[in-house]
Design a protein around this ligand. Sequence first.
Ligand code: ARG
Length: 468
Amino acid sequence: MAEKKLWGGRFKESTNKLVEEFTESVSYDKRLAPYDVAGSVAHVKMLEKQGILTKEESDKIIEGLNRILREVEEGRFNWKKELEDVHMNIESRLTQEIGEVGGKLHTGRSRNDQVATDLRLYVRKEVKELLELLKGLRRAFLKQAQENLGVIMPGYTHLQIAQPVLYSHHMLAYYQMFKRDAERFEESLKRINVSPLGSAALAGTSYPLDREFTAKLLGFSSVSRNSMDAVSDRDFVAETIFNCAMVMMHLSRLSEELILWSTNEFDFIELPDAFCTGSSIMPQKKNPDVSELTRGKTGRVYGDLIAILTTLKGLPLTYNRDLQEDKEPLFDAIDTTKAALKVNTLIVEGMKPKRERMREQAGKGFSLATDLADYLAKKGLPFRKAHEVVGKLVAYCLDKGKDLTELSLKEFKEFSPLFEEDVLSLMSLEGSVNSRDVIGGTSLRRVKEEIERIKREEGFSGGQDDKV
Ligand code: ARG
């Protein structure tokens, strides 16, 4: 006779040790304990309201559960692998604490709707934290943009110098990415925040449960409409990991740029010392390890996404034990993304653009060539033709070892009679940047406008936020 197991009734032999090791999840799902207790407390309150438990019974169970939660929080709880998971560890401890009546907790409930409930409560809480962290990161980008207004740097395509842009404009590009990431998390909440409790094992239950009541107690905004779907749906897990993967992808792009920018070759940025590490052999080194690790950890979160999608693929309805494999990738993706957001926010807050160096590079690579082509086109030359004329000018400069800014009016005129005196003043970085005065463009006016719009929209102004 299998002893101790909550489901041991029909078993004659006890579980093989290796099987216990193989099937346990308590080593990692114990982090769901606070949500498990919250779900149980709500369930018990409802059972009492429905006359399924007496007030005395429900008080006793709730008090016991709260005592257990304190044990967990204070690290006094003795987790047992042979009790499989967080749910059975807590339930078995409850019966130990309060006796037989503890066994009434599981009335009208299954671990299948229980674990789905716990997981949704957990994800909801974590998504809210992720949203806060994303907001902090966006604030850091806005601060960089605001504090360095007017700094000009090269803008790149194909990692070749393309056109001069404001450093602030570059910073606000990242603002936009993390804004969309936050929107995705925000929108996912309506699918996460649905109560599966009351779906029981798969088909619902014969007890007269008030599902709306437990949903309300737990702060869910709706109840699931199909018990079979509710116990087996992990879309919200996959969606959350995807949203984490997207954040990491964006962080990896930032990381790559910071790594490049802090090389001798670019030399665009000073990263805060506290976020770099040295070399054990080369005394001169200051390595951007945090950025490199962020880039590296992105791969691991993508792995989490592939893991959950693969686990879910082809699963028949309803609950299958495969679903226990949802937790590790989920926890890993969330932990990794949160850590990456925290540390990268501090980097963005602390990094210092090297203004002169950026400016110097902004004029290289004939970055004003498009401005010249536009100049000719505005004088009536078809743009394709203008493109060709300026192409020839660039070739001439390369030949003579000159820059476009060093050409005389006479030289310009040799390539087109349309060039006049005003072309010489056009050849400035400020002129080029400020001419891009469309919505979303890099002109100082538009970037300033954008900063103000963001501050209003985010509520980043007033009081302490004024410093943004
Ligand atoms: N530890 C399990 C999981 O995470 C809980 C649900 C177990 N349900 C079951 N019918 N064996 O999925």
